[in-house]
Design a protein around this ligand. Sequence first.
Ligand SMILES: [Zn+2]
Length: 295
Amino acid sequence: MKMIQLTEKCFYFQGAVNIGYIRSGKFGMLIDAGLDAQTAKKVCRQLTELSFPLTHLFITHAHADHYGGAAYIQEKHHVYTFASKEEAAILTNPILEPLYLFQGNKPLPELRNKFLEAAPILIDEEAAEGEHQFGDVLFECIAFPGHSLMQLGVKADGILFAADAYFGTAQLKKHKIPYIIDAEDTLQSLEKLLTTKCLGAVPGHGTYEEAFQETVKQNLEYHQHVLSVLYNMLSGDSLTHEQIIQKMCRQFDVNPPSLSSWLLFRTAITAYATKLVKDKKAQMVVEDAILYLKR
Ligand SMILES: [Zn+2]
């Protein structure tokens, strides 16, 4: 992973999942930990080679691609670890992710894979939105819910580590139906990003941009597009929840290759559906033990 310096104190390791780093004196904080021990090892090795300190760890949200490497880091380094209270519940009990994706049932063994469930970690401090400190560095936690229950972005030295509050343009197109758990929160977090003052931002997936607001606007437009596609789909006969998942996947040229993948798309599509329900543009109705979405 290539390490890129953004300011005197801020860096990031560019990869499929970006990892941020803030350094000041003898203190250094990683922001997220990558998918697995192998990734974390590469990052730690680079820090060691540069004699850069690693004393703190911040986990933005409890998705395995962002914290899978954290157990390795905690094992090899003494790191004081932050996460929001909500994400900490999953980080310390990682079975909760495949559990909720599997609608609360104890997950099948195939769902307990490294993309959905990582090793548990310890959280030293449950961070809330607002100012925090490590060493002599003041940093701000900004709540960006929508992609997860209480994802936190980190702003320090003018740089915003935005986690998955928005995706780079290429990643947005690649995902086709972006993973979200709530469309309303997602849209509000994107609006919040537009008013966040900073020199530039690093998304969880994508590249650092100074003019990241353009990318954020594309994200906003894209989510609105997905919502309108779903809304238009409801104009004919009433559709079952599963039919909607199939139709949305077809419409966006997605063919989920596994149960894991299908569950992720089901959650995302349901997030758009619940937005239509909250906006009174659709309703969820159970008839004859079948869940329908209709206008
Ligand atoms: Zn994520």
